[in-house]
Design a binder for this molecule. Sequence first.
Ligand SMILES: C[S@@+](CC[C@H](N)C(=O)[O-])C[C@H]1O[C@@H](n2cnc3c(N)ncnc32)[C@H](O)[C@@H]1O
Length: 216
Amino acid sequence: MQGEAREFNEIAKNIFYPIYPVIAQQILENGISEGICLDVGSGPGHLGLAIARQTQMQVCLFDVSPEALMIAAQNIQDEALEGRVYTKQGNVEDIPYPDESFNLVTSRGSLFFWEDKVTGINEIFRVLKPGGMAYIGGGFGNQKLRKTVDEKMLAIDDQWLIKAATRMNSEENYSELMLRTKVDEFKIKDDEAGLWISFQKNQTRRKQNEPLSSNN
Ligand SMILES: C[S@@+](CC[C@H](N)C(=O)[O-])C[C@H]1O[C@@H](n2cnc3c(N)ncnc32)[C@H](O)[C@@H]1O
């Protein structure tokens, strides 16, 4: 695992790097650009760091791998973002934060590795604040960036397209997956730029067992 996290950071820095600011901008343009962001399966943290650079948001880089988070911590320091960006270790299936903690949850390239995806998505929904939004998937920003990444990855790994296809176009039906979660409304975009599942937590949603207000 140790070598894996370091190797992924090198690939992310040298090949994937241009995709992160583009994805961050696409996510931020959709509405949430203030408050606290949780980047699930952050790895070395490049998406969360891009969000921090483009906003004044606080960003938590969250990953199951302590090794990935050590690299993330170095990347935070290199970008002098220690004031607003921090790391937290844990599993998406049991996020160590209270309900309604985050305005924005992002997760890129991680969903494909979660053992229990339904529980992971329910956990993300739980920690979203009312009105908060989540973006989960494996996008590359746009078709041109994806083509460039594919070409560069193929030069170092001739199995890349096979691996990417297995992850991105797995037979799993994401719509069916989402219907098994507690999320009542969601969007799925699966095109040349990659897969994104997005949802928003309803502003007026009541917590379980919360009494109706006295006006009702
Ligand atoms: C391919 S990397 C993607 C890193 C980063 N999001 C990016 O796009 O550059 C996948 C990351 O997901 C993390 N991960 C896998 N399963 C996880 C889980 N159950 N909970 C939290 N993180 C997980 C891995 O440790 C790894 O760092």
